[in-house]
Design a protein around this ligand. Sequence first.
Ligand code: DGL
Length: 277
Amino acid sequence: MQAKQPIGVFDSGYGGLTILKDIKKLLPQYDYIYLGDNARAPYGTRSFETVYEYTLQAVKWFFEQGCPLVVLACNTASAKALRTIQQNDLPKIDNKKRVLGIVRPTSEVIGNFSTNKKIGVLATSGTVKSESYKIEINKFFPDVEVVQKACPIWVPLVEYGEYATEGADFFVKKYLDELLQTEPDIDTILLACTHYPLLLKWIEKNISSGIKVISQGGIVAESLKDYLYRHPEMESKISKNGTLDFYTTDEEEGFTKQANIFYGKPFKAKQVHLSEP
Ligand code: DGL
């Protein structure tokens, strides 16, 4: 067994598991550790400063576990914290480590799905306020109109296990109707929050079949594969025993039970405490 230098995958809670699942499927050879900051989720309604602080604590924790590379599998953390961490913190902590986000890889391809050039972006209030998707998508697709809609109730519905209920249907319909009233010609909806794929059943029920609904897992996995291909110096550092370890900042039992639903396989999680930077 190679000494472990895993890829770290981070989210505010369970949502990042929907990304990890696709990464692991495409790149099964690597070691991974997943951390959900469940004790402090949701991040979507928190300030820039708080999301940055929490995310930086998590990144430092991953580095202590020996990760050369960390993926922020959380749109809110990618939108609000990634740039500062990359530009200000990484040079001070360790110049050879890398932290990647999921806003940019998604923005690079999402325009290809739309014929009408009108894309609806559903995300947390934090991601919407940051305008990251508007800015990034328009860099790659200047002729695409991006219509954003914050769906603040969706993450709590998912985190508290209510995503399969009729109550979820009501709140899914409410935000979708509001989005499509703003721009009825939207033909592509991006689920720009890693929790939202759990609501897919209700989302598809409440829109016409002509609208494509895009989740990020496959996109992020392909982009990570490409990144590792283009950065052999990083690829060679990552250990390849095919292991997967799960950590949460909340109590273990609850995470293990819930996360099984997100990840699709049973596993045991361990609790960790993130310290102040
Ligand atoms: N899953 C996260 C995202 O992709 C946010 C959830 C939260 O609000 O904590 O934005």
